[in-house]
Write a protein that binds this ligand. Structure first.
Ligand SMILES: Nc1nc2c(ncn2[C@@H]2O[C@H](COP(=O)(O)OP(=O)(O)OP(=O)(O)O)[C@@H](O)[C@H]2O)c(=O)[nH]1
Ligand SMILES: [Mg+2]
Ligand SMILES: [Zn+2]
Length: 348
């Protein structure tokens, strides 16, 4: 395998150190570029190739962006390398289980458009997820060409988190997307997250990912039509790789306590001053939040967003722990049933 071509796919010493095989063994390394359910698309120094999911996941479940060590003869995965980062959300629907979005990503462009889709609380949701995964967030406000004063929207986003980088642009324009190039350099992995129709694939195309399909949005509510249907990883001419994602209908937070705490550090500092440790911030005596809301120090919207996201992640985190406990319990139960059956058979 040539290390040089792997470097353009994001290979670095963090992965190199984990290799349990040496050059004399008949193995190759590849990165997961798409997951189609029954088949997985891989990118290696020899180019793109498909393998059945049973072979790709022989060493564990994979996400787009994962690095795999493969048996060079039959492409069976022998080792899934430890991830530098992992973005996951709670899968849509009632069931509480994580859905892997992308692995080994350095920067996430949280894409929102300067139209009806623009919503600070939704951007906060994405931010909590990205901060939780220890990935650099950049907010990209597309369709700036359709808004009278995109700089106002940029300023309100900048206030969501100290030092947050926000760019406003026309995603169709290669010149305007140039401001994003510094995150797309050699060895860098970027992923796009956002609702349907905000211009993720348009942006990917302007950055040089080849020919991704884009589609018109509905005129009445500016919602997209879910043009992109699966995630995929693409090489960029600037040297990095980019993961385009399908638009998200709902982004439910998984266990995300650190991300929420980091994002809402200002609110937590105020709650520290409430008279009682278990203050519900709901008319309780000596509540510092109430005072901050009244004085205007804390914005009503931000406080509600904090309460909502915190409760949601705590709920999903508890449900996830409960599910794991049940799975373990069920495992023990089946084992004991099997043992009983074996005993009965031995007695027969
Ligand atoms: N005027 C304008 N139109 C844009 C801009 N960005 C995207 N569009 C248009 O918005 C529509 C939706 O763009 P897509 O790139 O398909 O959106 P997407 O986020 O990939 O949507 P999904 O794949 O459904 O998640 C297309 O008609 C684009 O041409 C922009 O910055 N300005
Ligand atoms: Mg798309
Ligand atoms: Zn309080």
């Amino acid at each position: 395998m040539t290390r040089e071509s792997l470097v353009t796919l994001g290979w670095n010493p963090f992965f190199q150190r984990q290799l349990a095989f040496d050059d004399s063994q008949n193995v190759s390394v590849a990165r997961v570029s798409a997951h189609f359910g029954s088949q997985v698309l891989l990118l290696g120094s020899q180019g793109e190739f498909r393998v059945p999911v049973q072979l790709a996941e022989a060493a564990g479940e994979v996400a787009v962006g994962d690095w795999l060590v493969l048996d060079a003869n039959d492409s069976r995965s022998l080792q899934r390398l430890e991830r530098q980062s992992l973005v996951a959300r709670k899968a849509a629907g009632e069931e509480v289980k994580p859905q892997l979005i992308a692995a080994n990503i350095d920067t996430i462009f949280i894409v929102s458009s300067c139209n009806l889709d623009f919503n600070l609380s939704r951007i906060e949701r994405y931010l909590a997820l990205v901060l939780q995964a220890d990935i650099v967030p950049v907010v990209v406000l597309t369709k700036a060409d359709l808004h009278e004063n995109p700089a106002d929207l940029r300023r309100s986003c900048e206030q969501l988190f100290p030092g947050l980088l926000v760019e406003t642009l026309d995603a169709r324009s290669c010149d305007e997307t140039f401001v994003l190039r510094s995150w797309c350099g050699p060895g860098q992995s970027v992923a796009l997250l956002g609702s349907s129709g905000v211009g993720k694939s348009t942006l990917a195309n302007a950055l040089g990912a080849e020919h991704l399909s884009t589609g018109p949005i509905r005129e009445d509510d500016a919602k997209g039509r879910h043009t992109t249907t699966s995630r995929s990883l693409h090489l960029l001419p600037s040297g990095g790789v980019l993961v385009d994602n399908p638009g998200m209908r709902e982004l439910q937070l998984p266990a995300c306590e650190e991300g929420v705490s980091e994002l809402f550090d200002d609110v937590l500092q105020i709650t520290d001053q409430c008279r009682f440790k278990n203050c519900k911030h709901n008319g309780d005596e000596g509540c510092a939040i109430e005072a901050a809301l009244e004085s205007g120090e804390l914005e009503e919207r931000r406080f509600h967003s904090f309460m909502k996201l915190n409760a949601e992640q705590a709920h999903n985190s508890r449900s996830l722990a409960e599910r794991r406990r049940k799975d373990r319990h069920r495992g023990r139960f089946y084992k004991s049933v099997l043992a009983d059956k074996r005993r009965l058979r031995d007695l027969e």
